[in-house]
Design a protein around this ligand. Sequence first.
Ligand code: ADP
Ligand code: ZN
Ligand code: ZN
Length: 732
Amino acid sequence: MILQVALDTPLRRVFDYLPPAGQDNREKPELGVRVRVPFGRQRLIGILVATPLDSAVPASKLREALEVLDERPVLDPVTFDLLLWAAEYYHHPVGEVFAAALPGSLRAGQATLATTQSWVLTPAGRQELACPANRRAPLQRALLAELAEHGGSAERAGAAPRLGLLRTLAKRGWIAAVNFAPDDPLPASPPPGVRESDVALTEAQAQVVEAIGASMLQFRAHLLYGVTGSGKTEVYLRVIAAAIAHGGQALVLVPEIALTPQLVERFRRRFSSGVVVLHSGRTGSERRDAWRAAHGGRARIVIGTRSAVFASLPKLALIVVDEEHDASYKQHEGFRYSARDLAVLRARGAHVPIILGSATPSLETLENVAVGRYTKHRLPQRPGAARVPRMSLVDLRKHASEQGVSTPVLQAMRAHLESGGQVIVFLNRRGYAPSLFCSSCGWVAPCARCDARMTLHRGAQQLRCHHCGAHCPVPVICANCGHALNPVGQGTERIEETLSRLFPAAPLARLDSDTASGRGAMEALLDRVRSGEARILVGTQMLTKGHHFPDVSLVVILDADQGLFASDFRATERLAQTITQVAGRAGREARAGEVMIQTEFPEHPLLNRLIAEGYEGFAASALEERRQASWPPYSRLAMLRAEAKDSGELDAFLKAAAIQGRALADAAVKVLGPASALMARRADHFRAHLLIESAVRASLQRFLAAWLPLIEALPAPAGLRWAIDVDPLQVD
Ligand code: ADP
Ligand code: ZN
Ligand code: ZN
């Protein structure tokens, strides 16, 4: 027997080993266990992916594996298959794919299941408690009393983090540590208590809950299409309660920025236990513990970002992908996968339903509904008094403006603020001004390393490049002619300055990655808005996701035009989604909402359709445009992206790859390019790509499988990097 092992290396292959010496050869290890192997002079841990009878490697060259680490696979079988499939589909080295799925400590060989430590009260501890006269060490006595109340369980008493104090109690002889057996690999724990919701479902919600509930234990993809605030999360909570009632587990994927403490809190309020959070921002040991809880079955509900789609959930019963259109589901480097797409495949493999929720579904998903692959459920209205806001366009050519804020908008802001409403001002550009300009000779401060301008950050007194991170002090005079320099255009920092000046009585909060980067900074800002202290909220894309501000009655979109004429075929879809999502922050509760969109192109068909017919009307015509131009979802794409310091070498490499591709491609596959990236130079590297297009997914896949080995064999100059991106989100 041969052990085929996926190792975390950039090589697109698996590695063959003989079973470890001393191991009984008839005892076949299960696929998906970890194996420690010699690799060159190193020792690596990989995942066993196959056990063929023989190897293409000559027997004399085969080495023995050192050790099989697990008795049972480290991942549930559906996820194991999903990862193998994903490695093939995304044409990414399988070892790196498995590495992306497992927390670092498990890749390093730590146990996949936790032993839990707890404490028991000793007779001395009980005696101590029984003796009220004893007043020494009040903190320790208080903890002792708490432990006694919870049967000695530090976890249940919420005292597990106070390890230092627990050890002190143990030293005094009041408590003793005990180790519990590892988690049962399959969940035996009873379903967590589900607290009654304090809202009665609307009729539309009730229908959806029932329809999805009726499709448990089989694969079905449901689109939950409801405007922001229409009660999608409430539907998730109810369906999850049903899914886990009989011992199942639920996986909830959310966009990076939406994973807020309030969201997690909402789940924890509803489900008394068994909720864990998995995302890359957590420390290694937090991730490991959450992962173990999922794998061991203690976690009944796993909430996480992108990579949580690979969490091992042996009793998976339901998947939810919230804001399914969100770009953060696509990984943009390394293993470039779409967590949303993989979630659907995982649901199919596990024979469970999946709910894709959005107020602005992706065109791909809407097409899947149109052809009958997904079932659409509408939540047309907001519960209670809340109503969908009224939208209008403000023609920037007709109205005077004060630093980018037009007179009608200023008037509306004044009216809303005076009647007690809060105002959101959205501008997807941070910093003070996007360029620093010499009015005498026309010079604009450039980034030395990119084809881009430097953004002025006045508070930080720096020019910064938003593409490569370069920064420098703000020059006072033009490098060209010595004339004074002026900031041109607006970023959120400048809007903050302008609005603070015009509305001195209205406290303002600014939310962008400059103000919200520190730990807890974003929460603190959002708290200022939720508490009502801040009356104006200025922000970027960060504003769009999921926040609930009951008193916001006016939303202003300062610049709709950024997305109107962009080159990427998804730019208009993204713009429509952003406008709809930001607009959804208005009038979430009793107040009537109003949305004002500033533009220089008020007759633009996209904007007008969006306002007249809403997102759905926009989507219908956008899909028609895609069909006519044969863009996804009516074709399949892959991109070969490359970058190098030398533009000639880059060009030669891509040309050679294109020649090989064209020789290989049949009529169903087109190889387009090379073309420069929209930003042809970034961080001192030239960037270009080939675009591969096919009407048929299988043809594209066959082509890539044949083509990539040829590219790998091409002489690539030192420092040239390339990668394949299947189903790219952006093609410029
Ligand atoms: P979404 O996820 O679509 O943005 P939420 O589920 O967060 O919507 O609901 C928005 C608000 O409406 C929340 O404050 C929620 O508690 C409330 N809500 C949801 N469903 C109902 C209902 N049936 N009756 C009353 N309020 C509801
Ligand atoms: Zn000048
Ligand atoms: Zn730069």
